[in-house]
Ligand binder design. Structure first.
Ligand code: MOS
Length: 694
């Protein structure tokens, strides 16, 4: 194939880029709708209790108000098992901000204004919204997210810690953090003859269809979900949240008119998930030469009382380092709080913060360079399963990163670097992310008599570059030019695709596309003329014979320079370097953007992101971008991203691993470790704010 080397890996511009910058790309709420009704949610103002009365008289008398949806007139759902989604089925309230209704009006302004006129009476019961790790009623989840075991133990951790020459025993905390995609969550819902059409901002149209069909007791074919473009999701649009149900219920009330619902930034802080807060105790034992003898990682984190969410925080610890004695545990605190959900690298991101700061603490305690300490504890096979890694190039990333960052000149002494009023330090941490395989995706390729190829798959582009990378994969597999391939995604009328989650999009959808292309080429060689009626084939993800045999993960090494002002404690990050190993890179430009974006979000986590919950009322007080701080351009210095060539023939037909989430894993630890090197002060609780140094 002549095009392979040219297309795969090439830094191709986004094929939908011009459409996006011209404003021609249509996002969910922008989709034209005929005579839409606008919905504005009513939300609970207590954290726990029940609604005793809803007075809608004043709201209904406002000109332009069409209806008020409440638990009294809401459609009954076929399934109420998922208490996050089964809204308005009873007067019960499980958390502050939970939907208790919606005002429907002829304009969004009228709906919003009238919502303030609805009088909701409630009786409250006692609530608890604070993550106390010492609470005595901790819940043991059956399994943590992703189907992983809750606890693992191998060897005698306590014995090994008791006899270890060097021990690190520290507790790390990460706060509740919030996804803030540029495009807020938005849904247009419309019923036609009992069928439901949704224009929804989502990471997976088919996942929305499955969930909504089950809730409303519909056949899947009765639910049509459309979403060609998404302005970011980061996990918060991975699964449908309650606003999709609210929009569909509201549309039932005004059928056949469509209902538009766009969440405000503030509403997003209670109804679309968040990264659970964690309290993590890490204990490491080592011999004096820096060989780990024990690794223990115990996690306490929060879930909502109405629905269990068990973040897999200690799961990455199971595969990272060699040590004969290892243990991980997860426990949950049930709170009268909104339901946590996925946020970029759920599990890996907070878990690796704790582990990689502990690794830095242990390296220092052993008198070793942290890069050398990591390398010394590199496992030969996956410590959790004993299986070989399909490829693992953490050491290569560390070495290449150290070389390029100028690590070898580093004086390890804390507080030894100084530039004017700034204390200067550098830190390192490892990144990792699993190669998940989401089942079920299929892709159809139609060869048309005009020599062009249509590729159809219900995939999503959440801003990652999937439109472009999938077109590259198809063109490469068909051995044609990209301009000969016309891709369609983001619609349940297209073949089933799993959602853009777990960094699986390109690898899973791409595998189905490659399968379809190979079938097509078996029938119709590239040199053969295409028959008048065209040719159509559908491919699926081939079984991976190595799936149960090998451990599949991507890795990386992140280096950070931190400056802390000696008088004010102000923390700056002028320089970061990430070197990654993630199999074959499909598009060098969009891949670099993903990794750069991940590291930027990691910087944001390290220095800024934190919610403040008012324990009296149960809401996040800083629930907007004025007060929930995220990194802006002024916070980001120079970030360099690169990868090493990694040939992995085992993961999938492209040899590619996911890159969406890898970049955020380890960043906060690298920055915390650099801040320690700069100041001699160890910050174990994120975010690293200036008051920690004064
Ligand atoms: Mo990701 S947090 O699986 O969108």
């Amino acid at each position: 194939m002549t095009t392979t080397t040219r297309l795969i890996g090439a830094p191709i511009n986004r094929i939908e880029g011009a459409e996006k910058v011209r404003g021609a790309a249509v996002y969910a709420a922008e989709h034209p709708a005929d005579q839409p009704v606008y919905a504005y949610p009513l939300q609970s103002e207590i954290a726990a209790g029940r609604v005793t009365g809803i007075d809608t008289v004043a709201a209904m008398s406002e000109p332009g108000v069409v209806a008020v949806l409440t638990h009294e007139n809401a459609p009954r759902l076929a399934s109420t098992r998922d208490a996050e989604l089964a809204i308005l089925q009873s007067p019960e309230i499980g958390f502050r901000g939970q939907f208790v209704g919606a005002v429907l009006a002829e304009s969004p302004e009228v709906a919003r204004r009238a919502a303030r006129l609805v009088r909701i009476s409630c009786v409250a019961r006692e609530h608890d919204v604070e993550l106390h790790p010492a609470r005595t009623d901790l819940v043991i989840p059956e399994q943590v997210n992703g189907g992983f075991e809750t606890d693992t133990v191998e060897g005698d951790v306590d014995g090994a810690l008791a006899s270890a020459e060097v021990v690190v025993d520290a507790t790390y905390t990460t706060p509740q953090e919030y996804n803030n995609p540029l495009e807020p969550h938005a849904t247009i819902a419309m019923w036609t003859d009992g069928d439901l059409t949704l224009h929804d901002s989502t990471q997976g149209v088919h996942w929305v269809r499955e969930t909504i069909a089950a809730l409303f007791g519909l056949d899947q074919q009765q639910v049509h979900v459309v979403c060609p473009h998404v302005g970011g999701g980061f996990g918060s649009k991975g699964l449908p949240h309650a606003h999709v149900v609210l929009a569909a219920m509201a549309a039932r009330l005004v059928e056949p008119r469509p209902v538009k619902l766009v969440l405000t930034r503030q509403q997003m802080f209670s109804v679309v998930g968040y990264r659970t807060g964690t309290v993590q105790r890490v204990r490491l034992g080592s011999d004096s030469a820096g060989h780990l003898t024990a690794i223990s990682h115990d996690v306490v984190e929060q879930t909502s009382r109405i629905k269990e969410f068990a973040e897999q925080t200690a799961v990455p610890t199971r595969i990272m380092y060699a040590a004969p004695n290892r243990r991980t545990t997860h426990r949950l605190v049930e709170l009268d709080a909104p339901v946590p959900s996925w946020m970029r690298a759920p599990g890996e991101c907070p878990g690796m913060f704790a582990l990689e700061v502990a690794m830095d603490e242990m390296a220092i305690a052993c008198g070793l360079d942290p890069v050398e300490f990591h390398i010394r504890n590199e496992p030969e096979t996956d410590p959790a399963t004993g299986r070989p890694f399909s490829s693992r190039n953490l050491v290569a990333c560390l070495r290449e990163g150290a070389r390029r960052f100028g690590w070898t000149d580093r004086d390890p002494t804390p507080r030894s670097g100084r530039s004017g009023p700034w204390l200067v330090g550098t830190g390192v941490a490892a990144s990792t992310y699993p190669v998940f395989a989401m089942p079920g995706s299929r892709a159809t390729i139609q060869a048309r008599p005009d020599g062009r190829y249509r590729v159809l798959i219900g995939a999503a582009d959440i801003g990652t570059g999937a439109w472009t990378a999938l077109t590259q994969i198809a063109a490469d597999a068909l051995d044609v030019e990209m301009s000969d391939v016309q891709l369609s995604i983001g619609d349940t009328d297209l073949p089933y695709a799993s959602g853009a989650g777990g960094s699986t999009g390109i690898t899973c959808w791409g595998s189905a596309i490659v399968d379809a292309a190979r079938q097509l080429r078996a029938q119709l060689p590239a040199s053969a003329p295409i028959p008048d009626e065209g040719v159509e084939v559908t491919g699926s993800i081939p079984d991976n014979p190595y799936a149960g045999q090998m451990s599949m993960h991507s890795f990386g090494a992140q280096f950070a320079e931190v400056r802390v002002h000696v008088d004010t404690g102000e923390v700056r990050v002028p320089r970061m370097l990430g070197i990654f190993a993630a199999g074959r890179i499909i598009n060098a430009k969009t891949a670099r953007s993903q990794l750069l974006g991940g590291m930027t979000m990691g910087l944001s986590m390290a220095l800024h992101e934190q919610s403040h919950v008012d324990p009296r009322f149960g809401h996040v007080v800083n629930h907007d971008l004025a007060e929930y701080h995220i990194a802006t351009n002024a916070d980001v210095g120079e970030i360099e991203v690169d990868w090493i060539d990694e040939d992995d023939p085992y993961v999938n037909p492209m040899g590619a691993k996911g890159i969406g989430e890898l970049g955020i894993v380890g960043t906060a630890a690298a920055i915390a470790n650099a801040a320690h090197h700069a100041t001699g002060i160890r910050v174990r609780d994120l975010p690293i704010t200036l008051d920690r140094f004064c």
